[in-house]
Design a protein around this ligand. Structure first.
Ligand code: AMP
Length: 279
């Protein structure tokens, strides 16, 4: 695997590979790699000739400075994991290499920026759109792969890419869970054993909430979900929502929607986690 810290150098390398007719796949990450990331890279390896993984903890997308400071950094182990699965290129830039002197841009994210993560993490998706489009400029992938664990992020990226860089195809990969059912996340590393043992109860409750939608009003299910989490030590619900999988319009009457997903953000101790699943 070739490792690059310079935007100019990886750009030149990819230009050369493209001139050889190679199809380029990109998997952007913030590191602390786990099986969820690896599934994305393996999917990319199956679909593309050359796969680049980027590792960059993007300060622009953290609305909480403490979350940014505490974000895990395991670059030596990450590099080894990428070597083991034969990833071709690793891009591990610093802030300067990604943004230089340029100012963050404001993108039109429409309704996607007003609900759920958009509402509870102001500025988060503007930060995501900035970094992803910057990586697209540097790496010029044919295809980029994103996890549906961050479903709303996937929708935001699809929207800005369709508007601004429509030649790039965006592929979503279903959530990878650990053996207890918890959606894999780099932030899981920060959970104590007790917090972890509480957090693993959430996916089952999320699934149950989805099943209730066929016969109970939304507000009643939300209240039920909050009470369930309140009754589990260390947990606190931030939101439960049902949203149209194609538009993220919040669901009031399920009969009006073809595909619905259930979404939550919750705290396990001080660690904020998100999860979602199709109904
Ligand atoms: P992150 O490093 O958390 O920014 O994630 C990098 C990419 O991996 C994003 O596209 C995430 O949606 C994806 N990802 C993170 N966790 C998982 C998971 N458990 N299953 C599938 N994809 C994931």
């Amino acid at each position: 695997m070739k490792v690059f810290e310079s935007a100019g150098q990886i750009h030149a390398e990819i230009n050369f590979l493209r001139s050889q007719g190679k199809k380029i796949g990109l998997v952007p990450t913030m590191g602390a790699l786990h099986k969820g990331h690896i599934a994305l890279i393996q999917r990319a390896l199956m679909a593309c000739d050359t796969v680049a993984c980027s590792i960059f903890v993007n300060p622009l997308q953290f609305n909480n400075p403490d979350d940014y400071k505490k974000y895990p950094n395991t670059i030596a182990k990450d590099t080894q994991m990428l070597e083991e699965i034969d990833c071709h290129l690793l891009f591990h830039p610093n802030y300067e290499q990604v943004y230089g002197q340029s100012k963050p841009r404001e993108y039109d994210l429409g309704h996607l920026n007003n609900v759920m993560e958009g509402q509870f993490r102001p500025g988060h998706f503007q930060g995501v759109a900035n970094v992803v489009l910057r990586f697209f400029e540097i790496l010029q992938p044919d295809v980029a792969f994103f996890g549906l664990k961050d479903y709303q992020q996937y929708m935001v990226i699809k929207r800005v890419t369709e508007q601004l860089m429509p030649s790039i195809r965006i592929v979503g990969v279903e959530t990878i869970r650990d053996e207890k059912g918890l959606a894999m996340s780099s932030r899981n590393l920060r959970l104590t054993t007790d917090e972890y043992n509480s957090a693993i109860k959430v996916p089952e409750l999320l699934k149950e909430a989805g099943e209730m939608l066929s016969h109970k009003p939304v507000e009643e299910i939300k209240a039920w979900f909050t009470t369930q989490l309140d009754n589990i030590e260390h947990l606190k619900n931030e939101y439960l929502e049902f949203a149209d999988a194609d538009t993220l319009e919040l669901v009031i009457n399920p009969a009006n929607h073809k595909n619905i997903r259930t979404f939550t953000a919750f705290y396990a101790g001080e660690v904020r986690l998100i999860d979602n699943m199709p109904i």
